[in-house]
Design a protein around this ligand. Structure first.
Ligand SMILES: [Zn+2]
Length: 281
């Protein structure tokens, strides 16, 4: 899988001089990436799948962007229920030489496992009768967690073990198998250049988007980092917005509603607009 990363690295270097030093650069192309799709359902709630929620929100966001910003190109990684690989998604963005990469996902928590006593049995222990409970393992898919969080392209924190990052794309073997060696001097230089080029911008964009969700009274879970490998394929600032918890019944209903999807698209749009106005100054 190293070759994959060489490809990424070459792309990164190719774009660095244009992105790092271009001040007042116009944002004219935005990639909108609906997470998952096709065979990849993503997370699920009680009645819906992440791949459908992300597509609905992405299409709404794209339409609002196109209708509201003159001469803006919106590039979708998918517009139907299909699965472009992560590499394919980034290829689309890089080939278009887009200025921003916006990935839309829905959040989910791990199932909670509890034991329930469903009866008792009597067993003989050292000639004595002992009553023992019989347990049933119960999985709880629902959560009370709610709110929005935005991930930016980030470095793995020092000392972090592989796999510690909860990785949306871990099922994508083309990505999860690759390991960036940050101890290699050349890789370290590339990472630091990459970081200075896009990381700050991504954080600014993510912050603006989160502010808009907060203004809508959605719980603000903040701007966070995802490992470099996950989002580094695109040579442009990028964010991954987790628009709500699909395994929270209240949020699942919201994520599937016309009102919810429109509000989500509007929050991301307003965040992009605020960022755009700032960088184009
Ligand atoms: Zn996802």
């Amino acid at each position: 899988m190293r070759r994959l990363f060489f490809k990424y690295i070459v792309v990164l270097i190719a774009f660095l001089p244009f992105t790092t030093f271009a001040k007042g650069k116009k944002i004219s192309k935005i990639v909108v990436d609906a997470g998952h799709g096709g065979k990849d359902f993503g997370a699920h709630g009680t009645f819906s799948n992440e791949k459908d929620v992300t597509l609905a929100c992405a299409l709404k966001l794209g339409k609002i962007l196109k209708d509201s910003i003159k001469n803006l190109d919106v590039i979708y990684t998918r517009t139907v229920d299909e699965y472009p690989s992560l590499v394919k998604r980034h290829d689309i963005a890089n080939e278009a030489q887009a200025d921003l990469f916006i990935a839309i996902h829905a959040n989910s928590t791990m199932d909670r496992v509890t034991r329930q006593v469903v009866g008792y049995k009597t067993i003989k222990k050292k000639k004595k009768s002992v009553k023992q409970p019989i347990y049933k393992i119960v999985r709880h898919h629902e959560t009370s967690m709610m709110g929005v969080e935005t991930y930016v392209i980030g470095l793995k924190r020092l000392g972090q073990q592989a796999g510690e990052v909860t990785d949306e794309f871990s099922h994508d073997s083309t990505v999860s198998e690759g390991v960036l060696n940050e101890n290699d001097p050349q890789t370290a230089i590339i990472i630091s250049q990459y970081t200075s080029a896009f990381f700050q911008r991504s954080v600014r964009l993510g912050t603006k988007i989160q502010e808009q969700f907060a203004a809508q009274k959605r719980p603000d879970l903040g701007v966070k980092q995802k490992s470099l490998e996950v989002l580094a394929g695109s040579a442009m600032p990028g964010v991954l917005v987790e628009v709500g918890f699909i395994n929270n019944p209240e949020e699942e209903a919201y994520l599937n509603s016309e009102k919810g999807q429109t509000e989500i698209a509007m929050a991301i749009y307003r965040g992009i607009l605020a960022y755009k106005n700032e960088v184009e100054k």
